[in-house]
Design a protein around this ligand. Structure first.
Ligand SMILES: *[C@@H]1O[C@H](CO)[C@@H](O)[C@H](O)[C@H]1NC(C)=O
Ligand SMILES: *[C@@H]1O[C@H](CO)[C@@H](O)[C@H](O)[C@H]1NC(C)=O
Length: 265
């Protein structure tokens, strides 16, 4: 599935690529009502698209039919032919990179952003418009260094030594939301031919950067990229760029509150 008009007639400044499981229609709808529905931000064209693999389970056919209907309505789904599972997330990330490199190479920036995220899209574009933000070889977000590879088999993040032998990951940007200049996808695809895939997709991108001789960078204000949110605070949400949320309902609720008239602070 790939019938979006995105990048065909207009060149976006920023493309938001959201990996999402086939069943997570509530997450897609919440994003379509909130940050995904902003097409002109600070004078820049922004486009949001959703990335899916193939549905599984006994009702896979019905799920696929629903996805087709959903796409007929919104034309914002991109689906590739691999099983949509947690362990296949690195494949999904590389489909994102392939789509950007082949279908949207003229966009200036792209962001891989998870479907459970709050995104203050205005603050993100304002950050990208700052003088001195690199236009090439730029990867930023919440920077992680010296992260240990998890060898405990019970962990969601377990990676066997056969797939990744080193005890530490190279520097990488946390997968909840990483922003990159759009020259990188093509370079990642080339490097990926030499790096065995493992299931930690953000660290995999870190490996691609390392092979390219590049390092991810901290954003101008690292405190804008936040992970888990405990308490909603309107003033704070007006100043951050990302936060991980608990549900689609939270996203709609917080967004509506943030956008109501009156100064947030
Ligand atoms: C997106 O915004 C437009 C107008 O700004 C509105 O007409 C449309 O219903 C919104 N889409 C969703 C899914 O809320
Ligand atoms: C990943 O996708 C491939 C292709 O559809 C499939 O054969 C494989 O079982 C999937 N792997 C996992 C771990 O789900």
């Amino acid at each position: 599935m790939d019938d979006t008009e995105a990048c065909k007639t207009k060149v976006p400044f920023l493309v938001l690529m959201v990996p999402v499981a086939p069943r997570e229609v509530a997450a897609r709808d919440a994003i379509r009502k909130t940050w995904g529905n902003e097409s002109l931000v600070q004078g820049e064209l922004v486009q949001t698209l959703f990335l899916l693999g193939l549905p599984g389970g006994a009702d896979a056919e019905q799920q696929q039919e629903k996805l087709k209907q959903e796409n007929l309505q919104y034309h914002d789904l991109i689906q590739s032919n691999f099983m949509d599972t947690y362990l296949n997330l690195t494949i999904k990330t590389m489909v994102i990179m392939d789509w950007l490199a082949t279908r949207c190479p003229t966009a200036a920036y792209a962001m891989k952003i998870d479907s459970d995220m709050f995104l203050n899209i205005d603050n993100l574009v304002i950050m990208l418009q700052k003088p001195g933000i690199p236009k090439l070889n730029y990867l930023t977000g919440m920077l992680k260094r010296n992260m240990e590879v998890i060898r405990s088999k019970n962990s969601k993040w377990y990676v066997p030594e056969e797939l990744y032998p080193d005890p530490l990951y190279p520097p990488y940007i946390l997968g909840m939301g990483y922003l990159f200049s759009n020259d990188l996808p093509e370079k990642f695809l080339e490097e990926s031919k030499f790096i065995k895939p493992f299931n930690i997709e953000d660290a995999y991108i870190g490996m691609c950067m390392k092979r390219l001789g590049l390092e991810p960078t901290s954003p101008p204000d690292p405190s804008q990229f936040k992970a888990y949110n405990k308490v909603y605070n309107r003033c704070e949400f007006s100043q951050v760029i990302t936060y991980i949320l608990g549900s689609a309902e939270e996203l709609v609720k917080y967004w509506t509150d943030l956008k109501k008239p009156g100064s947030p602070c």
